[in-house]
Design a protein around this ligand. Sequence first.
Ligand SMILES: Cc1cc2nc3c(=O)[nH]c(=O)nc-3n(C[C@H](O)[C@H](O)[C@H](O)COP(=O)(O)O)c2cc1C
Length: 393
Amino acid sequence: MRVLTSGESHGPRLIALLDGVPAGLGIDVAAIDRDLRRRQLGYGRGARQKIERDQVRIVGGVRQGRTTGAPVALEIDNRDAPNWERVMSVEAVVDPPPPVTRLRPGHADLAGAMKFGLHDVRDVIERSSARETAARVAAGAVAKQILALVGTRVQSEVATIGDVDSEPTWDEEAVEASEVRCGRPDRGAEMIAAISAARDAGDTLGGVVALRATGVVPGLGSYAEWDRRLDGRIAQALCSIQAAKGIELGDAFAQARERGSAVHDPIVLRDGRFARTRDRAGGLEGGVTNGEDVLCRVAFKPISTLMKPLPSVDLASGEPAPAHVERSDVCVIPAAGVVAEAMLAIVLAEALVEKFGDDDVETLMASVERYRARLHPLGSRPGQGGGDLTEMP
Ligand SMILES: Cc1cc2nc3c(=O)[nH]c(=O)nc-3n(C[C@H](O)[C@H](O)[C@H](O)COP(=O)(O)O)c2cc1C
């Protein structure tokens, strides 16, 4: 499965193209829209979210409610686009808008202008902007529907905003009821206060999002080649999110300070299956899912468009100039959690169809069933007689 996106922040629409979605998958459009809406919420978002009412339009790969095996094409209109027609015109206009030339430290402005030889930073902003994440969330919602076939669910919860920490509760109702998507109301209130204080100071705040996938099929990914390792693929996908700067699998940074005996997850037999007494590995060993919950965290830097801009330089004149200021969010961590869910779902769904087949849902499910049947512990496989595995060295 491959996912590509296209479209600019203030262009007519965003597009997500998913190749390799198995045929026969029932598509729940309302569930895609629900995730799009969740991405737009959150205390600390800017005025843009009041304009947009994101809704998906499926224009390829689905017929009579089911995927056909053709690429699935998803579109999301930018309702703000009519206000940007002259700026975003595909044809050259006679009176083009003045170029943006004051570079924002921390955004893609300077790096992007140097890379593509651009003289108007607007060309960089329009695609580096995280408006693109709406397309990722729509694609991720389809990936979640693939994962649901095998009982895998992906959740996120805000764990940190600024210097306010909260241990994840994984209580979905509480998380969705919170304006900052934090399951602990007292911590959530502190996060909201921190965002307000940053806004009043013309500043921004970052944070950390915790992710959990439950019901994960063991054996996804591989240790056999570096680019097949699922830990690496998850890290790449999550780090590709705009403003994501750090990934932690399990509780990796705490583990780095401890001894192996305290860190690794003892193996036991539970109900005839291999299981663990804890999950500090975050469900991944050797770049392969081990059947425990996949747990990871993503650290996001504070966003870079500041209402009190940092010193910078003008791209055209080379003269010192304060950074460009435009409508912007103060804190995006609640929304970033929804985007991170989508990226984790895309990687897990890709790995699932890679292992079990991407032609059609029926073949995929039959293959999963066969595989599950042979996941009995060694010695207790059907036809091999039962051994007492609790005695295994
Ligand atoms: C959901 C979401 C919304 C964002 N909104 C803004 C924003 O309003 N203003 C801004 O300067 N950056 C915003 N960002 C971050 C920038 O898009 C990002 O910093 C920029 O593309 C540069 O990439 P980098 O930070 O990964 O290096 C947002 C990020 C996410 C995940």
